[in-house]
Design a protein around this ligand. Structure first.
Ligand SMILES: *Cc1c(COP(=O)(O)O)cnc(C)c1O
Length: 364
């Protein structure tokens, strides 16, 4: 029996993607790789809805977040860090690690940021140069309204705007150019249906202006090196070629399905998941109006041990769920439904929960 891997990354890959990733190695300084990187970069630009520069890095998503920071900031730069959960906190920590003077704007877990509060912060502190934010907070299952926040950050205050869209772009609308986002990051193991190993960053001309002044130390993630090499169809360092193969096939599959259809599918599957959870008598963690279409967070009911629930789901039903992270450990569990996921996969989760819940003491 196959495992129903329902963590919000790594996500399952379709057979075609796995087959592609099993192909023989090629010279990463040769013509075949050049064709591959040009094709994949173009496909990703289409899926990011951008004509900005876009780079493929051999790294996990966090490497793309670090890339956004070190290429645009200098130690001492005033940065507004909006965090609605664990991944927002991570972005904050990276900026701080490189010496940014961070103003933290923390939002209660399960909620999203209010653009009016962002406006107030930017009005109160004109020294802020850069705003960093998470689009889809995977730890709590909410999606920030980046379009509205961008109207404030870019439209009203013209600040540099860096967005972690690692668990959203490609699955939930995040039109980079329409929203005027300066740097947007993602990673191959989320909605892209590919194994972990590659990260993506789109870079606006405004971000390149920031690059010219940015004094943070950088080497592996230096975007000027990425640009210099991309002009020749290469990467500065040895790329994860197998994941390029996987992403080449996966992006073709997404484009064939059609971006709008992909968004619609994620929306539909997420709604079905939330309805099913409520029907089981469980409580959703996030407010439904802001609930994510890629991951659903659920309260562990009173009297139920979350770890025991997850273990039974895995050992008896081959369903792998994610637990809560940091302060939410033991309090919530999460169901990933991004990438290669259909109603059937979620129905299997719901059916299994129905059997397991009474076994772990849920009275419902
Ligand atoms: C998964 C994820 C990350 C981190 O990605 P890694 O690939 O584990 O480094 C960052 N932000 C968000 C929103 C994520 O979902």
């Amino acid at each position: 029996m196959t495992v129903n891997l329902r963590v919000p990354g790594p996500t399952p890959s379709p057979a075609m993607v796995l087959e592609a990733s099993g192909q023989q190695m090629i010279n990463h300084r040769g013509p075949e790789f050049r064709d591959l990187i040009f094709r994949l970069t173009d496909n990703l630009k289409t899926l990011f809805a951008t004509t900005n520069d876009l780079y493929i890095l051999t790294a996990s998503g966090t490497g793309a977040m670090e890339t956004a920071v070190v290429n645009t900031m200098s130690p001492g730069d005033r940065v507004l860090a909006i965090s609605v959960g664990v991944f927002g906190d991570r972005f904050t920590t990276i900026a701080r690690t490189y010496g940014a003077d961070v103003v933290e704007m923390k939002v209660e877990h399960g909620k999203v940021v209010d653009p009016d509060d962002v406006r107030k912060n930017l009005r109160d502190d004109p020294t802020i140069k850069t705003v960093i934010i998470t689009h889809n907070e995977t730890s709590t299952g909410v999606t920030n309204d980046i379009g509205s926040v961008a109207q404030v950050v870019k439209g009203e205050f013209n600040k540099l705007f860096l967005v972690d869209a690692i668990s959203s772009i490609g699955s939930i609308p995040c039109p980079v150019d329409a929203w005027d986002l300066d740097i947007v990051t993602s990673g191959s193991q989320k909605g892209w249906m590919a194994p972990p190993g590659l990260a993506f960053v789109s870079v606006s001309s405004r971000a390149w202006e920031a690059y010219e002044e940015a004094k943070c130390p950088r080497f592996y993630f230096d975007l000027a090196a990425a640009q210099r090499y991309l002009e020749r169809g290469q990467t500065p360092w040895t790329p994860a070629i197998s994941v390029y193969y996987a992403m080449d096939t996966a992006t073709k599959m997404l484009l064939e399905e059609g971006v709008e259809n992909v968004f619609e599918r994620h929306d539909r599957v997420a709604r079905m998941c939330r309805e099913g959870i409520k029907n089981l008598g469980l409580k959703l963690f996030a407010e439904e109006s802001v609930a994510s279409s890629t991951v659903t967070a659920v309260h562990v009911p009173d009297g139920v041990n979350g770890a025991e629930l997850a273990t039974l789901m895995r050992t008896e039903h081959n369903v792998v769920l994610a637990g809560g992270q940091a302060s939410l450990e033991g309090k919530i569990f999460r169901i990933g439904h991004l990438g290669y996921c259909s109603e059937d996969d979620i129905q299997d989760v719901l059916d299994s929960l129905q059997v397991v819940l009474p076994q772990v003491g849920f009275k419902g």
